[in-house]
Write a protein that binds this ligand. Structure first.
Ligand code: CA
Length: 237
């Protein structure tokens, strides 16, 4: 099904084993103009991402067959679509941060379905990697780190770094103005859009994942450094 505007033609795959919840979520998404599909188990989810190439996946963590984290690992091998994780327990979000699964957003159950649809709108408004970052058409080098804004590629010591769209966009935003301190709010607006309604903690989650992929920690940061009381900047500033 295609509707008249490009935005609303996006496909959302709902991965959820609670049939009633899946049906409600799909009904709201369809009403908002999205094409929807559903998967009820981990293996089915991986297969459907492969065959359907959805724009967004809403991924429940507790699934039969393969759990949501394993689904995430498998799909990240071939897809960089947006992923919103839904989970029954808020403590799990902290565990997820530690595991660096590279989701774009998290919602704790029970969630408002309207809120979920708003989050889907929000991720889809974010610029996709292939559209590039305006006015940054060159390769910037920070030590062993190379950031190619035109090709949207990041290499560390010559090897490509597999970043999610969110991590890439964060890094490109910081690297576009090396040394400039960005507040979390500025980064949220640049990466998630100015209508973002979640909390600033999400920036820290993605910065932590990004640093892990750049083989640095908050303490040893050479590339993405913390600016106390403000936020983050690229390089030592
Ligand atoms: Ca479940």
């Amino acid at each position: 099904m295609r509707s008249e505007t490009a935005r609303t033609a996006a496909t959302v795959l709902v991965v959820e084993d609670e049939v009633a919840l899946s049906d409600v979520v799909q009904a709201y998404l369809a009403k908002a103009g999205y094409a929807t599909a559903s998967a009820r188990s981990g293996p089915e989810a991986v297969e459907m991402v492969r065959t359907l190439s959805p724009d967004v996946i809403i991924l429940d963590l507790g699934l039969p067959g393969l759990d949501g984290l394993e689904v995430m690992r498998r799909i990240r091998a071939f897809s960089d679509c947006y992923v919103l994780i839904t989970t029954a327990r808020s403590e799990e979000v902290d565990r997820l941060v530690g595991l660096s699964v590279g989701a774009d957003d998290y919602l704790t159950k029970p969630f408002s379905v309207r809120e979920l649809v708003a989050r889907v709108h929000a991720v889809l408004r974010r610029p996709r990697a292939e559209h590039g970052t305006p006015a940054a058409g060159s390769v910037r080098t920070f030590g062993e780190l190379e950031i190619d804004a035109t090709a949207q590629e990041v290499r560390l010591a010559g090897r490509p770094v597999p970043l999610t769209p969110t991590e890439r966009r964060l890094l490109m935003t910081l690297a576009h103005s090396p040394g400039q301190a960005f507040s979390r709010r500025q980064l949220l607006e640049a990466v998630w859009g100015d209508s973002w309604i979640g909390d600033d903690h999400l920036v820290d989650v993605h910065i932590a994942n990004l640093r892990r992929k750049l083989q640095e920690t908050a303490e040893s940061a050479r590339y993405v450094t913390t600016v106390r009381g403000i936020g983050y900047r690229m390089g030592k500033g």
